[in-house]
Design a protein around this ligand. Structure first.
Ligand code: 8DG
Length: 137
């Protein structure tokens, strides 16, 4: 049986762009782009996890505005469910504790980054969310 992980991640919006983070060489999925976040601990709420991970990874607080549908992906060695949340920045300024780089990318630029494969369906759901005029937040 493949290992199964649940991961909360943040689509942080600012002035029509979103924050994409590049994984370091030393991490799994090296140099892939992702949304910051991390593994949900046993019994932890996905939103609490997101706040914890963003403090650890970027040193910032966020406001959560909407939950996008969870999306499942199967890598060769593990399976993942991503729980994406649309956010804006709260207190603090960004310091990279783990990632190699960040970029603020427009929706048009997003598909050109080399995303972790599990993020493909997340991008599609985010584009759908933008098209719907952010209804159902
Ligand atoms: N935060 C985040 N992780 C993602 C995304 N897409 C994706 O496949 N992942 C994967 C990468 C990691 O295997 C896992 C998140 O784990 P993590 O960030 O808490 O832990 P980690 O890098 O230390 O992972 P690992 O080395 O222990 O496997 O989810 C994404 O958009 N955001």
């Amino acid at each position: 049986m493949k290992k199964k992980i649940e991961v909360a991640c943040a689509i942080i919006e600012r002035e029509g762009r979103v924050l994409a983070a590049q994984r370091a060489e030393s991490m799994s999925l090296p140099l892939k782009w992702e949304f910051p976040g991390g593994k949900i601990e046993p019994l932890e709420d996905a939103r609490d996890c997101l706040h914890r991970e963003l403090r650890e990874e970027l040193g910032v607080g966020v406001h959560i505005h909407a939950a996008l549908p969870p999306s499942d992906w199967s890598y060769a060695d593990f399976a993942i469910t991503l729980h994406p949340f649309v956010c804006t920045l709260g207190e603090g300024s960004i310091h990279l504790a783990e990632h190699k780089a960040i970029r603020w990318v427009s929706p048009e630029e997003m598909p050109s980054l080399d995303w972790a494969a599990a993020d493909g369906p997340v991008l599609e759901n985010y584009f759908r969310y933008l098209k719907q005029g952010q209804a159902g937040a």
